[in-house]
Design a protein around this ligand. Structure first.
Ligand SMILES: Cc1cc2nc3c(=O)[nH]c(=O)nc-3n(C[C@H](O)[C@H](O)[C@H](O)COP(=O)(O)O)c2cc1C
Length: 286
C-alpha cells in the first residue's frame, strides 16, 4: 500500500505516523505561566537533537477538534523555561493520568500524585520521581502550521541535569539496565525497556566494515543466513587470512558441517555468530 497524506483523514494520518515512528521517548514537561501556575504534561513527539549545545525538542500539537493550543505551549511562550523529566515504568500510569485535559491553571503534579522539587536554574519545578530530569531554557518555538494537528517545535537548551544516584555506576555513568524506561507506541501501546529486551551491536564507528557487497556471492545469497547475519559478517574489516581459514576448517564441527553440505555449514556459521565468534564464522564460509 502506498499513501498520499493529503488523501487521509487527520486521525488516520496520526495513526500511521505515530504507530510507525516508534518507540518514542516521553518528555514529561513541567512549565509555568506568567502568574507562576505550574503545568505538567507528557509529550512523545520528543527527542535529543544536539549534544553541544545540549538541545532537546518536543512538540505540543494544536488540538485536532478546534486548532487550539495546549497550556504547555502558552506557558513556554510566556515563560521560556521547562523541566523535561524522563519517564520510567514505575511512573507510567500516573504520567498517563496527567495527559487528561484538566482546566488551565490546574497543577497536574497534584492530579498525578507527583512530587514537585524546586529547580536550580529555572522556574518550573522538576518531577521528584523521575530517574533523570533536565532543567532547560527554551531558545525558540517554531510553529509548523496554524490548523489542528500542527506541531510546535519547542527548542530546549539543557542547563542542569539531575540523575538519581542509584542509576549510576562507579564511573558516574548512567546504567541503561537500571533505568527501566518506557516509550510510546501507536494507539494505547507502550513498551518497557528491560534487560531482556536489550541487545548489543558492536559500533562500526572506529572500524571500516567490508560491506555486504564485498562478501562472496554464495554468502550473500545464502538461504540460511539472515540480513542481520550478513550485517554482522560484513562489519569485519577484512576477510580472514589463510592461517585463520585453515585453523577454523580443521575444527571438528566445521569439518562435519562441510561434509553434510552448504545448509549445515551456514547453520553452523549462524551459531558461531550467535556466540560472537564472527571472524571464525566468516572463516568457515569463505
Ligand atoms: C505518553 C503521551 C504522549 C503524548 N505526546 C503528545 C505530543 O507529543 N504532543 C501533544 O501535543 N500531545 C501529546 N500528548 C497529549 C498531551 O499530553 C495532552 O494533550 C495534555 O493534556 C496536554 O496538556 P496541556 O494542555 O496542559 O499542555 C501525549 C499524551 C501521552 C499520554
Amino acid at each position: 500500500m502506498t499513501l498520499d497524506p493529503n488523501e487521509l483523514s487527520s486521525g488516520d494520518l496520526y495513526g500511521y505516523l505515530s504507530t510507525a515512528v516508534a518507540p518514542r521517548p516521553i518528555a514529561f514537561a513541567a512549565t509555568v505561566d506568567a502568574d507562576g501556575r505550574v503545568n505538567l504534561s507528557p509529550f512523545s513527539y520528543f527527542n535529543v537533537f544536539s549534544t553541544r549545545p545540549p538541545m532537546l525538542v518536543f512538540s505540543p500539537i494544536r488540538r485536532g477538534r478546534d486548532g487550539s493550543a495546549k497550556d504547555t505551549l502558552h506557558n513556554v511562550q510566556q515563560v521560556p523555561e521547562v523541566t523535561i523529566n524522563v519517564v520510567n515504568y514505575a511512573m507510567v500510569e500516573q504520567m498517563s493520568l496527567t495527559s487528561t485535559e484538566y482546566a488551565t491553571g490546574i497543577n497536574e503534579f497534584a492530579k498525578g500524585g507527583f512530587t514537585e522539587v524546586a529547580s536550580k536554574a529555572v522556574r518550573p519545578p522538576r518531577v521528584g520521581e523521575a530517574p533523570v530530569s533536565f532543567e532547560c531554557r527554551v531558545t525558540e518555538v517554531i510553529a509548523l502550521g496554524e490548523g489542528g494537528g500542527a506541531g510546535n517545535l519547542v527548542l530546549c537548551e539543557v542547563v542542569r541535569i539531575h540523575i538519581q544516584d542509584e542509576l549510576l555506576d562507579e564511573d558516574q555513568k548512567l546504567i541503561t539496565r537500571k533505568l527501566d524506561l518506557v516509550a510510546r507506541m501507536g494507539g494505547n501501546d507502550y513498551c518497557r525497556i528491560t534487560p531482556e529486551t536489550l541487545f548489543e551491536i558492536p559500533k562500526p564507528l572506529r572500524t571500516c566494515g567490508l560491506g555486504v557487497d564485498q562478501l562472496p556471492a554464495h554468502i550473500r545469497n545464502s538461504a540460511v543466513l539472515t540480513g542481520n547475519n550478513l550485517g554482522r559478517l560484513a562489519n569485519q574489516e577484512q576477510l580472514p587470512d589463510a592461517e585463520t581459514v585453515e585453523r577454523v576448517r580443521s575444527l571438528a564441527d566445521v569439518q562435519r558441517a562441510r561434509r553434510r553440505g552448504t545448509v549445515h555449514l551456514h547453520e553452523l556459521a549462524q551459531r558461531y555468530l550467535g556466540e560472537g565468534r564472527v571472524m571464525e564464522a566468516l572463516a568457515m564460509l569463505v
